[in-house]
Design a protein around this ligand. Structure first.
Ligand SMILES: *Cc1c(COP(=O)(O)O)cnc(C)c1O
Length: 424
């Protein structure tokens, strides 16, 4: 497989961009990432004209794949041709807000922003402003974007910045605990209950392997936060409009969070984020309330058009049936291969999310620590490349999850399973 053009592009990129990329994970592919020329259905074609089955799907946003259905394409083109944006509201924002509030009952009011990061930044500020408290509890290995309040590692006793540039004086307000560990969570609330503004968690960890909540875990979080007057924030940037269809993961689990953050799918492939929740809390956001939040590009008309038509298309067609069915086929095919060839590994995922985790003990991971102890180097250095050589594009490391789109076919699934059987 020839990668000369990608190599030359990366050489140029290294001269003008730190690490040669605009987002850190893209450089995880060694020695250099392939550069994409274009997408085609469930495939991408790189700068050297290699074609891959694409299970990365933009790292989550592309529910429909690379080819937009006619109604989505037409709405995007019409909106863009009328002028990119205005600094004044448009009907499209109201339409998408109505769509989301109609399908996600916990969301009575919503604010659109430009990225998942911006959504969680604003949700954390709102939770602090609403409760008058400082501390945020997060899950170890949870990801909420590149923001000061959540780039924190360690544990609740000893939180510390996970990135240079984040002051320890910020990190001390973030309390990381292991996912699925009720005792650790109870201890944190016993110690800091009066100063905890919110528990912020992905309903399913999707950025550190795929880790599922144990039965009753979210109910436990709901009760504990209620008891202590803290908010429960679901970060549905990945799971929103992917797991549980239009009702999102909270619908699937039957949990009503106080606030929800969205991103990825809700913008139909364009830059987006959103936070939504109970009216009484959302009313604290400026200009209705005292918690400042604003953005030049927020509610961008092209994004609103793309998000709205994508979700309408999903509502009117069998998109979720299709992606969930192919997801099931992938996971059950992978389970057979793993049982046969690598019985200590775990097949994880649900709906249109999937991942093989190279665990060493044959147990599904309960938390990020279990995923971290997996054979992450084998995944990245041996397995990923062997899949690429077979023209299958998987996410860049053991941690990021993979996605089925409406454009994928059973033939893509079969080819992919054959490649796994060869590579594992
Ligand atoms: C991707 C992601 C984010 C960050 O979104 P960006 O648009 O990359 O800023 C936040 N939370 C979760 C759960 C994500 O998967």
């Amino acid at each position: 497989m020839n990668h000369d053009q990608s190599r030359a592009l990366y050489d140029r990129a290294l001269s003008v961009m730190p690490g040669g990329v605009n987002s850190a994970v893209r450089a995880a592919i060694e020695p250099y990432p392939f550069f994409v020329r274009k997408g085609d259905g469930g495939h991408v074609i790189d700068a050297d004209d290699n074609r891959y089955v694409d299970w990365v799907m933009g790292l989550g946003p592309l529910l429909l794949g690379h080819d937009m259905p006619e109604q989505v394409r037409a709405a995007i083109q019409r909106t863009a041709s009328e002028g990119p944006m205005y600094g004044a509201p448009t009907e499209l924002e109201v339409d998408l807000a109505e769509f989301v509030t109609r399908h996600v009952p916990s969301v009575e009011k919503i604010r659109f922003v430009n990225s998942g990061t911006e959504a969680t930044v604003s949700a954390v500020r709102l939770a602090r402003g609403h409760t008058g408290r400082n501390k945020i509890v997060v899950m170890q290995g949870g990801y909420h974007g590149a923001q000061e309040s959540t780039l924190v590692e360690g544990d609740a006793e000893n939180p510390r910045p996970s990135s240079a540039g984040v002051p320890q004086s910020f990190a001390k307000h973030t309390l990381p605990v292991p996912f699925n560990d009720r005792e650790a969570m109870t201890d944190v609330f016993d110690e800091h209950g009066d100063d905890i503004a919110a528990v912020l968690t992905e309903p399913i960890l999707g950025n550190y392997g795929i880790v599922h909540p144990e039965d009753g875990y979210h109910e436990f979080l709901r009760d504990l936060t209620d008891e202590h007057g803290a908010l429960l924030i679901f970060d549905e940037v990945i799971t929103g409009f992917r797991v549980g269809g239009l009702g999102c993961a909270q619908g699937r689990f039957g949990i009503t969070p106080d606030l929800t953050t969205f991103g990825k799918v809700v913008g139909g492939g364009f830059p987006v984020g959103a936070l939504g929740g109970r009216d009484e809390i959302m009313a604290d956001l400026a200009p209705a309330g005292e918690v400042f939040q604003a953005g030049t590009f927020s509610g961008h008309p092209v994004t609103m058009a793309a998000g709205l038509e994508t979700l309408r298309y999903a509502a009117e067609n069998d998109v979720y049936e299709h992606v969930d069915r192919l997801g099931d086929q992938l996971r059950s095919g992978l389970e057979e291969i793993v049982a046969d060839q690598a019985p200590e590994y775990t097949v994880a995922g649900t709906a249109s999310m999937f991942k093989v985790i190279f665990t060493r003990d044959g147990q599904p991971p309960r938390n990020a620590g279990d995923v971290k102890r997996a054979e992450t180097d084998r995944w990245r250095r041996i397995f990923w490349e062997s899949m690429l050589e077979q023209e299958i594009f998987l996410s860049q490391n053991q941690f990021e999850c993979q996605f089925v789109s409406a454009a994928h076919t059973e033939a893509d699934v079969e080819r992919t399973l054959e490649a796994y059987a060869e590579a594992l």
